[in-house]
Design a protein around this ligand. Structure first.
Ligand code: G6P
Length: 493
């Protein structure tokens, strides 16, 4: 069996480098242990004079990583344009930030078509393709155009908004029709899946029942697959990280002061401005907390060529300076604001050093920082997670302290509650969250999607698929993936 996973961003195979965004970090531990080929953008571009797509191929665990140079003429319109200035804002219910031209849309479609052609070299009769995220909504349809009949799955890492919000995207109808070329379309939450089904019913006039919809491509299945993390791997990182020099420097610098931590890309969906305001309010409401708690905010610069992101960086720098100026002392800084990324190991050590994890997005597909913060805690003395009710993770992590990120005073009060919470209550809440994390870890997510993809493809093909799941070893791919992942995780204990 062969599985090819496709995403715009891939994790480079260097273990101690910072990774941008939840998607690449989440996929790495499963992709490298499941013998999968992971195809994505190299981040470099190449002009159209070269007819064939260029791929740099590296080995990645038991599989491989293939990084493609994308066409120079279309990269900007695809990445900064349609994907991140039309789709991303709409998916996060910020239609006011949609900026996209017809050229951007055409570039987006060109890059999807380019990727479809490039994927042909990885296709065997036994290959299943699993496409990730909003960069490639139309990739499945482009592959079908090329005659591909293999199983095609798609998973959206962001939220899917209500129908009137998604209708703010130019060409929404064409794109969503194209998505139905996938046999299986996965979402983070049931709510996202329902929003998508509503759109299919009301705007495309399709009949959706029990998560099944029939279009000109055949039958597609729609379902929620909440993404998890590599719990055991992250626990191991957190224990190991105690010895890391960055982590011991952080601990030494605290002089007994307590720490709250936030780790985010600088993105308007993450609610960073409201979070800093909530800390401002906390110090106003409870002056006794000054010098006894500070916020470490790691704010990794992101998509800096897009105006909305540049403006946000400026706003945040101004706000942090203002709040530190108002409450700080010669020997105490309320908000430590760092504009850089850290490796997973160092982050795990930072999370374990913090008594409060602050994850307060305005909208977020899942938010894996919330899950990583929980996994990194010391079981005897765990910290408290303060979590936005608008993060997908809030559906599972219901013993976190949940907040409305638009209510600054409410967030300040909840932060004070978190800081005062006695150890038995912290342990009780933490244990309940760990149970959920273990039940829905990344290995489970990966294997169950592949299993459903196999079923969805089988059900959509009549007569039964030419796709030979049993042709190599007599075992179905999902069984093999389960076995490989199980073997890989048990070696982590
Ligand atoms: C989110 C998206 C990912 C993306 C990541 C980082 O997690 O869902 O698809 O890779 O942000 O964004 P970037 O634009 O830097 O890849």
């Amino acid at each position: 069996m062969d599985l090819v996973v496709v995403s715009n961003r891939v994790a480079r195979a260097k273990p101690n480098e910072p990774m941008t965004g939840g998607l690449a970090a989440a996929l790495l531990p499963v992709v490298e242990k499941s013998g999968t080929i992971w195809v994505g953008s190299s981040g470099r571009v190449r002009d159209g004079a070269f007819k064939d797509s260029f791929a740099e191929i590296q080995s990645l665990g038991t599989g491989a990583l293939a990084m493609l140079d994308l066409p120079a003429a279309h990269y900007g319109g695809y990445y900064e344009g349609f994907a991140n200035s039309a789709l991303w804002p709409a998916l996060h219910s910020r239609t006011d930030l949609i900026r996209a031209t017809q050229d951007d849309y055409e570039s987006y479609r060109e890059v999807n078509a380019f990727m479809a052609r490039a994927l042909m070299r990885f296709r065997k009769p036994t290959t299943a393709f699993w496409v990730q995220d909003y960069h490639f909504l139309a990739l499945g349809a482009e592959m079908r155009e090329l005659g591909v009949t293999n199983p095609l799955g798609f998973f959206l890492h962001t939220p899917w908004p209500s129908r009137n919000v998604i209708s703010g995207v130019p060409h929404h109808r064409e794109l969503i029709e194209a998505m139905l070329a996938y046999n299986l379309i996965g979402f983070q939450t049931d709510e996202d899946c329902e929003h998508f089904s509503d759109y299919l019913r009301s705007d495309l006039g399709l009949h959706v029942e029990n998560g099944l919809v029939t279009s000109r491509y055949g039958m597609s299945r729609l379902a929620a697959f909440p993404i998890g993390i590599d719990v055991d791997g992250f626990v191991a990182h957190a224990v190991r990280a105690a010895a890391h020099p960055d982590v011991s420097r952080l601990r030494k610098s605290l002089h007994g002061e307590r720490l709250a931590i936030g780790v985010d890309r600088v993105d308007y969906s993450k609610g960073l401005v409201n979070r800093i305001r909530a800390f401002d309010r906390l110090f106003e409401m409870r002056p006794s907390l000054k010098r006894s708690v500070s916020l470490l905010q790691i704010a990794t610069p992101s998509r800096e060529n897009i105006e909305a992101y540049g403006n946000l960086q400026d706003d945040l720098s101004r706000l942090v300076t203002e709040v530190n100026g108002r409450h700080g002392e010669v020997d105490w800084t309320p908000i430590r604001y760092l504009s850089k990324g850290f490796s997973q190991t160092v982050l795990a050590g930072f999370y374990r050093s913090a008594q409060v994890g602050v994850v307060t997005p305005l909208h977020d597909g899942m938010n894996l920082v919330a899950k990583e913060y929980v996994a990194a805690q010391n079981p005897i003395d765990p910290g408290v997670l303060v979590l936005s009710k608008f993060a997908g993770a809030a559906k599972e992590l219901d013993t976190a302290l949940q907040v409305n990120p638009h209510d600054i005073d409410g967030m300040a009060r909840t932060l004070a509650t978190a800081l005062a919470m006695p150890a038995p209550e912290r342990r009780m809440r933490w244990e309940a969250m760990m149970e959920k994390l273990r039940a829905g870890n990344i290995q489970h997510w990966f294997a169950s999607f592949v299993e459903e993809l196999e079923k969805a493809h089988g059900a959509s093909e009549k007569p039964p698929s030419r796709f030979g799941w049993t042709s190599i070893s007599g075992r179905k791919p999902s069984e093999m993936i389960f076995r490989q992942l199980r073997a890989a995780t048990s070696s982590l204990h």
